[in-house]
Design a protein around this ligand. Structure first.
Ligand code: RIB
Length: 304
């Protein structure tokens, strides 16, 4: 059972289903509204735990009702929350999500307490990080906190997995600490600063591989995902499913690949496992609520 430390965000997702995604300046009437546990960090922690990893989560919520609800959701997944801080004076992170009938969404995040995660909070989790099989991070928490976590992991030879979402450009020194970078296509282009639409995903993956420590995955939505290890490109087609809500599917993919990697599986098998987890998440509402368990992913793969 791989032991993962996830450093990342926790949000309450406020989701409105709508007949379509509204344009700028437009008001439209939507359908049902619901609240769901979310945040890329918390989603990935839950997904990894449901897929069989032992998970410790490092993050920050506010001392408020949503913070308590999110803590309870994570605790129910048997995630080690010793380093989930409840910080007074900060509001728990929230994400406003609009969802169209095809399952596509728009998301705006108010990070709140997530941005109060400080390097000292990471220091407090040092022992967990250095004894982990991998460190997993995203970009919804402050870069100084991420940097400290990566430095601790790097010095202890713990592999660093970065899901560079939401997209932003990063300083080279940070990327140089990353063993495996996981991005979608638009995040990949922003990260490598190459805007030329003629560049293929394999060319972009090669460029990114040179910026980090060699392993890159680019997720391609309905086209699946590619993995580049510095010399070899592996490709996995997406599994066709009926899409209900794409929110959290990327998190399911990232966590599943991290778990499979931690188990020492070969890349093609790990990619298939990750694409299956992502596909299952798309078929259900919510982010955290949609994340599949190990048995479901194994059964889904057997049925293909
Ligand atoms: O990746 C999906 C997540 O992004 C949502 O749960 C939302 O909270 C945002 O962080």
């Amino acid at each position: 059972m791989p032991r993962l430390v996830v450093v990342g965000s926790t949000n309450m997702d406020l989701v409105i289903r709508a007949p379509r995604l509204p344009g700028a300046g437009e008001s439209i009437l939507g359908g049902p509204f619901g609240t769901y546990g979310g945040g890329k960090g918390a989603n990935q922690a839950v997904a990894a735990a449901r897929l069989g990893a032992e998970v410790a989560f490092v993050g920050c919520v506010g001392r408020d009702a949503w913070g308590e609800q999110l803590r309870a959701l994570l605790a129910a997944e048997r995630i080690d929350l010793t380093h989930l801080i409840s910080r007074g004076g900060e509001a728990t992170g929230a994400a406003v999500i609009t969802l169209d009938p095809s399952g596509q969404n728009t998301i705006v995040v108010a990070p709140g307490a997530n941005m109060a995660l400080a390097p000292r909070d990471i220091e407090a989790a040092r022992d967990d990080i250095i004894s982990a099989d991998a460190l997993l991070l995203q970009l919804e928490t402050p870069l100084e906190a991420n940097r400290r976590a990566m430095e601790i992991a790097r010095r202890a030879d713990v592999p660093v997995l970065l899901n560079a979402a939401p997209a932003r450009s990063l300083e080279p020194a940070l990327l140089e600490m990353v063993d495996l970078l996981i991005v979608n296509e638009s995040e990949a282009r922003i990260l490598c600063g190459l805007d030329d639409p003629r560049l293929t995903e394999s060319q972009i993956a090669a460029h990114l591989a040179a910026m980090c420590r060699g392993h890159v995955i680019i997720t391609l939505g309905r086209a699946g995902a590619v993995h580049f290890d510095g010399s070899l490109l592996s490709r996995q087609a997406a599994f066709p499913v009926e899409s209900v809500d794409a929110t959290g599917a990327g998190d399911a993919f990232v966590a599943a690949f991290a778990v499979a990697w931690g188990e020492g599986r070969e890349t093609p098998e790990a990619l298939a496992f990750a694409c299956a987890a992502g596909a299952l998440a798309v078929t259900r509402m919510g982010a955290m609520a949609s994340l599949p368990r190990r048995g479901e992913v194994d059964a889904f793969l057997r049925s293909r």
